[in-house]
Design a protein around this ligand. Structure first.
Ligand code: NAD
Ligand code: ZN
Length: 340
């Protein structure tokens, strides 16, 4: 079968012809229909320091997908050939304290598909039955192909009570833009998104943001009057991974405010700790999606009218993966989909 692989410790990826996997006990074989590209895939493509430290070669990459069940291993009870499915890319141990407490997103032995084991950028992939998520017939496969980052956005947005609250999102990448749509849907009053990329800021507006601010040329404070914000934002979703963005957010949060940290900040990020302390801010690290409450909520949000389709800006056949990665690298994109 065809698969997009990292075979050598250097920049780039290659389309390889490899053996089709067989589903083991309790595994489901999925024929991949569509995949979406994540920033993580770009890190692996570029073979940066993070990739060098985390990826064992050779590997088939990718973890955002939708497909059709093509086979089941022994013991699989919930899926049949032909079912349209997506799936959770974090495979958890099932036996640690958190797994047993129903908090699989906090498992300390998590294995990632397309990172620690073969992933979804292939004609076929196997994953444990428990990780498979059935795609409701009301939901288009285009949307299901990026349930993974949609889930990141939903996990962040549902972390705090948001009705009538003013929300600041730093970073108008695909996840920040999707989060803007989610926050509006669940009742936020103002949703303000910042970035340094005008293409993406325009996308954030299309997705429903009340204001989209280029922080290189504009100031957030200048928007307070128009948006009738009195003393700052109630909730912050950090989705840029940029230290300056985090500090700007801390500065603009009202006392008692809450921040979800999704963007992966450098370890040497400095932060105005006095503001965290004296404003009594709450910080929450977010990793992945809650298993599987986030999956349920995103399914129902989409079925209930949440429209995230404008985030899809590019579409390529998997054979043209080089062009797809160029689109991601340019930054002038939302979600980039590859068809298999
Ligand atoms: P992305 O890299 O496509 O988007 C980040 C955006 O932040 C870019 O548009 C960039 O221009 C913008 N940005 C840069 N500097 C900024 C600044 N000073 N102020 C405001 N915006 C700024 O990323 P994405 O795919 O949308 O993901 C968002 C973040 O979440 C990334 O850091 C990603 O690595 C991280 N992530 C975390 C998890 C998790 O489980 N914690 C999962 C997926 C992604
Ligand atoms: Zn565990």
């Amino acid at each position: 079968m065809k698969a997009i692989c990292k075979t050598h410790p250097q920049a780039g990826l290659s389309l390889e012809n490899i053996n089709q996997p067989e589903p083991s006990t309790n595994e489901v074989l999925i024929k991949i229909l569509k995949t979406a590209i994540c920033g993580t895939d770009l890190h692996i493509y570029k073979w940066d320091e993070w990739a060098q430290n985390n990826i064992k070669l050779p590997i088939t990459i990718g973890h955002e997908f939708v497909g059709e069940v093509a086979g089941v291993g022994n013991g699989v009870t919930h899926y049949q050939i032909g079912d349209i499915v997506s799936g959770e890319g974090h495979i958890t141990c099932g036996y640690c304290r958190n797994c047993r407490a129903g908090q699989k997103h906090l498992c300390h032995k998590t294995v990632g598909i397309g990172i620690h084991r073969d992933g979804a950028f292939a004609e076929y992939m196997t994953i444990p039955e428990g990780n498979v998520w059935p795609v409701h017939k009301d939901i288009e496969t285009d949307i299901a192909s990026f349930f993974d980052p949609l889930g990141n956005a939903v996990h962040c947005a549902l972390s705090f009570e948001m009705v009538a609250e003013d929300v600041l999102i730093t970073g108008a990448g695909p996840i920040g833009c999707i989060a803007a749509a989610v926050c509006k849907k669940i009742g936020a009053r103002n949703v303000v998104v910042t970035d340094i990329n005008d293409f993406r800021l325009k996308l954030a507006k299309t997705m429903g943001a009340d204001a989209a601010i280029n922080i290189q040329t504009e100031k957030i404070i200048d928007y307070y009057q128009d948006l009738r914000i009195d003393s700052g934002f109630d909730i912050g979703l950090e989705m840029s991974g940029n230290p300056e963005a985090l500090n700007e957010m801390v500065h603009h949060l009202y006392h008692g405010g809450k921040i979800a940290l999704l963007g992966i900040l450098p370890n040497d990020t400095t932060i105005a700790w006095d503001k965290i302390i004296f404003k009594g801010l709450h910080l929450k690290g977010i990793y992945g999606r809650e298993m599987y409450e986030t999956w349920y909520k995103m399914t129902q949000l989409i079925r209930g009218g949440l429209n995230v389709s404008p985030i899809i800006t590019h579409r390529f056949s998997a054979d043209k993966f080089e062009n797809a990665f160029e689109a991601i690298e340019s930054g002038n994109c939302g979600k980039v989909i590859m068809e298999w």
